[in-house]
Design a protein around this ligand. Structure first.
Ligand SMILES: Cc1cc2nc3c(=O)[nH]c(=O)nc-3n(C[C@H](O)[C@H](O)[C@H](O)COP(=O)(O)OP(=O)(O)OC[C@H]3O[C@@H](n4cnc5c(N)ncnc54)[C@H](O)[C@@H]3O)c2cc1C
Length: 468
């Protein structure tokens, strides 16, 4: 469902569906069934898992159960940054040693190429452009963080990352007040929905059963329960990310965090000439409440950031409808970065949910005692991570069923990581809103007092929220 206000299409799941419309749902489950593996959730995690398992063991009977349609969640709404970031790497370094975290980082670097290669091999055209990731600083405080970030990434073995001054940054993209940037080749821009739709078609063609309009209400060992019947399988894999709280018993597992986006109308040649951005890098900044953006294949800017971060009681979604204040805040970021676009029309606004574990660490787990598995908690970095998680789930299932042994992936430090649940309400709501209010206050302080360096407020918020 979408609505119009000030000429902006608001909701409708996301802008990425604007051209072709929402897909017609596949047939729902009709009665009890059985499978070898049942996967709950038809986003990147669920579909990649189905893909790799079926490729590894074509005889497996795999069923995907999706509450609406494949790509209804974050996989159909994201910013299209296919990049090598993974939530929790620093904590994994503290828990398992730096070498283990470096292995995780290397696996993530390779994952960018893996997604591109498989999409190409399977004939999925997702408007991929491999221009790397450019992150820009626009205040002295942001520049200090940018330099520290650059050093930090290099220490995880990223020797091909580059640091640019103001002039080199402007040669790539004219962001107002940019004082420096850092660039890594480990990233690409893509069209999220083209990828998820393509993947769903590929797994179906491989012989995976995909039921849509089929909400799973409860997951138990060997059972995925829906209003239309129960699917029994030795392995039940939960790939529900930001929607996990809607499953029985999972209310406090991963917090559903909102992220919101806008897309402009297509820019003219003249407007693009003023901005540059010929390399089509994915673009981010170093604000505490950061923004992320891409130059779309059809010549728009799609830009996202935090809106209302979290809704009381872990409520999740209303087809992407976004508060007016959030649309305005994103429009302001757009015109602050690119003042020449002050008159440009925003055509579409939407939101989606991310999954945030209590310790902000992405995980992949298979409980060998029950056959229950899950992957997610990617926070805001799941486009590539979901692929690595899916290959890891494949290896864990293969290992458990005696068809494979330990692999490089099953030895990664995020495998079988345990974390406590979120606090009950109202503490959950107060904590998250407090954290984001603090980030915004820290950004405002840095803008108003450019000489004073990085605000301590944000560090305090990080600590309180369990991010550090
Ligand atoms: C606005 C936004 C921008 C983002 N930008 C980026 C980005 O640029 N780069 C990046 O790396 N990451 C980004 N992310 C995060 C990234 O999109 C996600 O991490 C990733 O898509 C997660 O994939 P997933 O398959 O695990 O979850 P989802 O895509 O959310 O899929 C879960 C699926 O499970 C289904 N489901 C849920 N519960 C049930 C149930 N009970 N029964 C049946 N089905 C169910 C849902 O309908 C959904 O289709 C962004 C996220 C958002 C919201």
């Amino acid at each position: 469902m979408s609505s119009w206000a000030n000429g902006v299409v608001n909701g409708g799941v996301s802008f990425w569906y604007a051209d072709d419309g929402l897909p017609a749902a596949r047939e729902p489950l009709s009665g009890d069934a059985s499978a070898d593996v049942v996967i709950v959730g038809g986003g990147y995690t669920g579909l990649w898992t189905a893909y790799y398992l079926k490729k590894a063991a074509p005889f497996l009977r795999i069923t995907v159960l999706e509450q609406k349609f494949c790509g209804y969640g974050a996989s159909g709404r994201n910013g299209g940054w296919l990049y090598n970031g993974v939530a929790g790497r620093d904590r994994y370094a503290r828990l398992h040693g730096r070498d283990a975290a470096v292995r995780l980082q290397r696996a993530m670097n390779d994952t960018v190429g893996e997604v591109i290669a498989v999409a190409e091999a399977e004939g999925v055209d997702a408007d991929v452009h491999r221009g790397g990731v450019l992150e820009v600083a626009t205040t002295p405080a942001q520049l200090a963080r940018l330099r520290a970030f650059h050093e930090h990434e290099a220490a995880y073995g990223e020797k091909d990352r580059e640091l640019y001054g103001a002039r080199e940054t402007a040669a790539r993209i004219r962001v107002a007040d940019a004082v420096g940037s850092t660039w890594t080749p480990h990233g690409a821009r893509l069209h999220p929905v083209k990828l998820v739709k393509g993947l769903a078609a590929v797994v179906e063609a491989l012989g995976v059963t995909v039921h849509e309009s089929t909400p799973v209400t409860e997951i138990r060992p060997k059972h995925a329960v829906t209003p239309y019947g129960t699917v029994r399988a030795p392995y039940v894999l939960r790939c529900t990310e930001g929607f996990t709280a809607s499953l029985k018993g999972q209310k406090r597992t991963w917090l559903p965090m909102n992220s919101s986006m806008i897309a402009t109308e297509p820019l003219t040649g003249e407007q693009w000439a003023a901005i540059g951005w010929d390399g089509r890098e994915t673009l981010g900044d170093m604000a505490h409440a950061y923004m992320y953006a891409q130059r779309t294949a059809d010549g728009r800017i799609a830009l996202g950031g935090r809106g209302v971060p979290y809704r009381f009681g872990s409520r999740t979604d209303n087809d992407g409808r976004t508060q007016e204040a959030t649309v305005e805040a994103l429009r302001e970021i757009l015109t602050r970065l690119f003042p020449s676009l002050a008159g440009v029309r925003v055509q579409h606004a939407w939101s989606g949910v991310l999954g945030v574990p209590r310790d902000w660490c992405a995980t992949v787990t298979l409980d060998r005692a029950t056959g229950l598995g899950w992957a997610g908690g990617y926070v805001g970095s799941g486009v590539a991570t979901a692929n690595l998680a899916a290959r890891t789930l494949r290896d864990l299932v293969q290992q458990d069923s005696g068809q494979g042994g330990r692999t490089e992936l099953t030895d990664l430090p995020w495998v079988n990581h345990k974390v406590r649940k979120w606090e009950p309400e109202p503490f959950r709501w107060l904590g998250v809103h407090g954290m984001y209010a603090t980030y915004r206050a820290a950004d405002r302080r840095e803008l108003l007092n450019p000489g004073r360096g990085s605000s301590r407020l944000a560090r305090v918020a990080d600590r309180v929220a369990g991010r550090n």
